[in-house]
Design a protein around this ligand. Structure first.
Ligand code: ATP
Ligand code: MG
Length: 621
């Protein structure tokens, strides 16, 4: 299916689900809390809208009904922020006559954007395909494709991939690859925050930008930066864009950075129709320049904006909500703590494994037990709170970890146990060596025939040259999927889409497989059963040297994000001995574990302590 870029940059597969009441991609067994009122079929758009708001609680409904002016919805995890956002947009269209193409929605990942499109399609069949649903970067790309000249860009500019940027900087500054990569991280931070501290960096930045311009390239951060430049330099374009996007909604607002806030202020005038939704306790991108002070900036840009708080946690059992909100300190604040909707149920299981391998085996054994006919809710003391479908599938289970390297042991163990899994991180797709090889092979292919066929030919050439067939096929599948979503066979546009893609975009919520995700990639998702691995001091919280209070605070929020992904069961695991950064280390238990109320935890029998010393004891710090 071909899609006009501006509207369908996140994929155009319409949702085929029958129940418009569901607001998340279905996951086998994940019934979710009972809706506030049942949906009964689809009527006219206005009729559907009435049902639609019936599915919200009074606070959510108040937020959905406030359609004019700036609005901040702030609430904890699982309180229905994303659900409210989608219902609010559907209500705007169905009840207030807003044109679907005037309702711009911005979310954090392309996968989240695709999921939002599906939720909207289920709520208002036919409308979602016309809605601009974007990440900040895909929005930037769409703006620059149409108006790039205003930012001094040539018509067919392209977005440089990670490897290309590093090679370019290496070349221009005559530095090592490692130094080039370090500089690129610093440059990226400057572009996101505008804060330029060191002079050397200013020089590196200037030479890098000049080299990009010579090649008619921009980088990932420029997608937002150049869009700002285009708009700032052209008041007519600002007026045009504001006229086009009458209503702007932003999910996961706590993770937007300075440049994204600036872009928003150009898109929406002070006092305009901007609805932002977020949770400061879930801010996990400080390391990339995002900063929860965006909430203060929102108030400065929009004095007198309405603020609505959602208070009820629908996602997780009382046990999980209590443990998580005490951990993050939410219950000690002046605002009322989250209202617990679901009953107290199974305590949180804690397990100390002998090694990372044993930790992975523990996960497999537990999954086997959970899926093996045990009555799901009778494992501990609690009972079901009325959910009838307690048959779990692989797709209901997520294994979360701090660093991608930790996935290896789990993937091996799941593989040995014959359990299907899907792994995903937020790593750029273009960093995958097999993808890079296929793109390089594509360059030698003639631009003849549809793009997927060109890719196919490139893959065949690679295989003939002896490339690993399995990784080539994997790369081909991903690139062919991106190609199939393009509205033309234009390579420049295709390469731009590839530059924006991350591993996480290919994570299919419907596949009945265990999800292996970094904590960052798990943001916004929910699963009946969640395992968090590596609760060791130095792994979670992750640190490589002296603890820095700001970084530890961010690690704490990251762990909080992880805990609050769990709907019914949460397992916290650690290994006494772990393969880590090229050696084997023994780490102390994570201080985070000691901060969870003891009575909410159920300690599983630990593995016996290893008899032999670690083969090679490395100091972590
Ligand atoms: P996060 O902060 O993790 O992104 P969120 O606040 O966006 O969470 P949602 O994902 O929108 O929360 O909702 C969490 C779960 O609660 C979903 O399964 C959703 O369907 C359910 N839920 C939300 N509101 C209601 C409601 N009024 N009635 C029943 N279920 C609800
Ligand atoms: Mg959400």
């Amino acid at each position: 299916m071909s899609c006009p870029l501006f509207y369908l940059s996140e994929g155009c597969t319409p949702d085929t689900r029958a129940d418009p009441g569901l607001d998340k991609a279905p996951s086998p067994g994940a019934a979710g809390a009972a809706p506030t009122s049942p949906a009964s079929g689809r009527g006219t758009q206005a009729g559907a809208s009435a049902h639609l708001l019936d599915r919200l609680d009074p606070d959510q409904r108040a937020a959905a009904e406030r359609v004019e002016g700036p609005l901040l919805i702030v609430a904890g995890p699982g309180s229905g922020k994303t659900r409210t956002l989608t219902h609010r947009i559907a209500h705007l269209i169905a009840e207030h006559g807003a044109a679907p193409d005037s309702c711009l929605a911005i979310t954090f990942t392309r996968r989240a954007a695709a999921e939002m499109r599906e939720r909207l399609e289920a709520l208002l069949p036919g409308a979602a395909a016309r809605m601009p649903i974007h990440t900040f970067h895909s929005l930037g790309l769409a703006l620059l494709r149409e108006h790039g000249e205003a930012a001094g860009l040539h018509r067919d500019f392209r977005v440089a991939g990670e490897a290309e940027r590093a090679a370019l900087l290496q070349d221009v500054l005559e530095v090592s690859r490692t130094r080039a990569e370090r500089l690129l991280r610093a440059i990226s931070r400057v572009k996101r925050t505008g804060a330029l501290a060191e002079l050397d960096l200013a020089e590196a930045l200037a030479r890098y930008d000049e080299a990009l311009a010579l090649r008619n390239w921009i980088d990932f951060d420029d997608l937002v930066g150049r869009s700002i430049a285009a708009l700032e330099g052209d008041p007519g374009l600002v007026a045009l864009t504001r006229d086009r996007f009458r209503h702007v909604s932003v999910d996961e607002f706590q993770d937007v950075d300075d440049s994204q806030v600036r872009l928003l202020s150009l898109l929406v005038p002070s006092g305009g129709n901007l609805c932002v939704i977020g949770d400061p306790d879930q801010a996990i991108y400080g390391f990339r320049g995002a900063d929860a002070s965006c909430f203060d900036r929102f108030h400065r840009d929009h004095p007198g904006a309405a603020v609505i708080r959602l208070r009820r946690n629908y996602r997780s059992t009382g046990t999980i909500v209590t443990a998580a909100s005490r951990f993050i300190g939410a219950d000690g604040r002046t605002e009322p703590a989250a209202e617990i909707v679901r009953a107290m149920q199974d305590r949180i299981s804690v397990h100390a494994a002998a090694s990372d391998k044993a930790e992975a085996e523990f996960v497999v054994a537990e999954i086997e037990a959970l899926l093996g006919g045990h009555s799901f809710f009778s494992i501990d003391s609690g009972r079901s709170d009325g959910r009838s479908d307690d048959q779990l599938g692989f797709g209901d289970i997520a294994v979360l970890y701090r660093t991608d390297a930790q996935a290896e042991a789990v993937a091996e163990a799941l593989g040995r146990g014959g359990m299907p899994f899907k792994k995903s991180s937020l790593a750029p797709l273009a960093e995958d060596p097999a993808v890079q090889a296929l793109l390089a092979a594509l360059e030698s292919e003639a631009e003849e025939g549809p793009l997927p066929q060109q890719l196919q030919r490139a893959a065949e050439a690679l295989r003939r040259d002896g490339a690993d067939p399995a990784s080539t096929t994997a790369a081909l599948q991903r690139l062919a999927l991106i190609a199939s979503r393009q509205d033309s066979d234009d390579r420049t546009a295709f390469l731009a889409a590839v530059a924006l893609a991350t591993e996480a975009d290919f994570w299919d919520p419907r596949a009945d497989r265990v999800s292996l995700l970094t904590l960052h990639a798990a943001k916004g998702l929910e699963f009946p059963v969640v395992f968090i691995l590596g609760l060791e001091d130095g792994v979670l919280p992750l640190r490589f040297g002296e603890a820095d209070p700001a970084a530890t605070a961010e690690e704490r929020r990251l762990f909080y994000v992880g805990m609050t992904r769990a709907m019914d069961r949460l397992f916290l695991c650690r290994a006494r001995e772990r393969r880590w950064r090229g050696g084997t280390v023994r780490l102390e238990v994570s201080p985070f574990l000691g901060e969870i109320e003891a009575e909410l935890l159920a300690h599983r029998r630990p593995d016996p302590a290893p008899r032999r010393p670690a083969e090679r004891q490395l100091s972590l710090f």
